[in-house]
Design a binder for this molecule. Structure first.
Ligand SMILES: Cc1cc2nc3c(=O)[nH]c(=O)nc-3n(C[C@H](O)[C@H](O)[C@H](O)COP(=O)(O)OP(=O)(O)OC[C@H]3O[C@@H](n4cnc5c(N)ncnc54)[C@H](O)[C@@H]3O)c2cc1C
Length: 263
C-alpha cells in the first residue's frame, strides 16, 4: 500500500465515493477513510434511487424534461425550503453526474417511467427517479466482505437481495416451471456465494450503488481504510484518529473532503 495520498476522503457513502472517484480519475492518489467496520454508510442501506432531472435514461424513454421544468417543480414542492443556489447547482450538474458515473465507473442506472413524487404539481415529470442496476459483488474480491450488508427488511437470509424490477418473478415460484427455476437458481447462487464470499454477492439497490462507485473501472478499485475500533468511540475520537491518519499519510497542501453523512 502506498503511504502517501493526494486526497483522503472521509466517509464511504455515495457522496464520499463519488468524490473519491472524481479525484482518482483525475490522476490523484486517493484514500477513502471510513470509521465504521464496513464501508457504504447509509447509502448501502438505501434503495439507491437517484432523482435526476433530464437524465439520459429519461430521454431514452422518450420523456421530455429540462432544468427549467425541474426548477418549477422544486419551487412548487419545497415552498419556504427552496434555495435557488442549491437548486440550480443540483439541476445543472445532475445529468452530467449520471453521464460521468456511468462512463467512469461501474455504476449503472435503469430508467423507469415512474411518476414524480408529487405527480400533480406543475413541473412534475415521469422518469426522473432512476433505479440502480444489480451488480455482481464477486468482482470486488475480498472487499465484498467489508461492504455494509443491506437492511434486514430489504433482504432475506441476512444478505440475499432482490432487485425491484425482478421481484415479480418470485411470485411465479409455485405457478410455473420458469418461476420455479428462477427462484431455485437465485437460492442456489445465494448459498454458493454465502459459502465462498461469506454473504450474498448479487448486489441490488444501495449495495449495488456503493459497489459500482467503489469499482472505478473493471481493473481498479478505490483504496479503503476501515477503522472499526472507532465504531465504539465518540465522533471526536474518530476525528482525532482521522486527523492522525491524515497527518501521517497525506501529502502537504492536498485535499481532505469530508462526506460523513448526518454524523
Ligand atoms: C432505508 C433508506 C432508504 C433510502 N433510499 C433512498 C433512495 O432511494 N434515494 C435517495 O436519494 N436517498 C435514499 N435514502 C437516503 C440516502 O441513503 C442518504 O441521503 C445518503 O445515503 C447519504 O449519503 P452520504 O454519502 O452523504 O452519507 P452516508 O452514506 O451515510 O455515508 C457517510 C459515511 O461517513 C462515515 N463517517 C461518519 N463520520 C466519520 C468519521 N469521523 N470518520 C470517518 N468516517 C465517518 C459513516 O460511517 C458513513 O459510512 C434512503 C435512506 C434510508 C435509511
Amino acid at each position: 500500500m502506498k503511504d502517501e495520498f493526494d486526497v483522503i476522503v472521509i466517509g464511504s457513502g455515495a457522496a464520499g465515493l463519488t468524490c473519491a472517484v472524481v479525484a482518482a480519475q483525475s490522476g490523484l492518489d486517493v484514500l477513502v477513510a471510513e470509521k465504521a467496520a464496513f464501508y457504504g454508510g447509509t447509502t448501502a442501506f438505501s434503495l439507491g434511487a437517484a432523482w435526476i432531472v433530464g437524465n439520459r435514461h429519461q430521454r431514452a424513454l422518450g420523456i421530455d424534461d429540462d432544468v427549467n421544468t425541474g426548477d418549477v417543480y422544486l419551487k412548487n414542492t419545497l415552498g419556504n425550503h427552496y434555495d435557488s443556489a442549491k437548486a440550480q447547482a443540483y439541476l445543472h450538474s445532475g445529468a452530467e453526474m449520471v453521464d460521468y458515473m456511468e462512463t467512469k465507473t461501474e455504476v449503472r442506472w435503469q430508467g423507469v417511467p415512474m411518476p414524480d413524487y408529487f405527480p400533480d404539481v406543475t413541473g412534475a415529470r415521469a422518469g426522473r427517479t432512476m433505479l440502480v442496476k444489480p451488480f455482481d459483488g464477486r468482482t470486488l474480491g475480498p472487499n465484498l466482505r467489508q461492504m455494509r450488508l443491506p437492511l434486514p427488511g430489504f433482504s432475506v437470509f441476512g444478505s440475499m437481495q432482490v432487485d425491484l424490477l425482478e421481484s415479480s418473478n418470485y411470485k411465479n415460484t409455485f405457478r410455473n416451471w420458469d418461476g420455479f427455476s428462477f427462484t431455485a437458481g437465485k437460492l442456489l447462487r445465494f448459498w454458493r456465494d454465502r459459502l465462498t464470499h461469506g454473504r450474498g454477492a448479487f448486489l441490488a439497490n444501495g449495495n449495488a450503488l456503493i459497489a459500482g462507485c467503489f469499482r472505478v473501472s473493471p481493473k481498479r478499485l478505490l483504496r479503503l481504510a476501515l477503522m472499526p475500533a472507532l465504531d465504539r468511540g465518540r465522533l471526536e475520537q474518530a476525528l482525532t484518529h482521522v486527523e492522525g491518519l491524515v497527518r501521517e499519510l497525506m501529502r502537504p497542501e492536498r485535499r481532505l473532503p469530508v462526506a460523513t453523512g448526518q454524523a
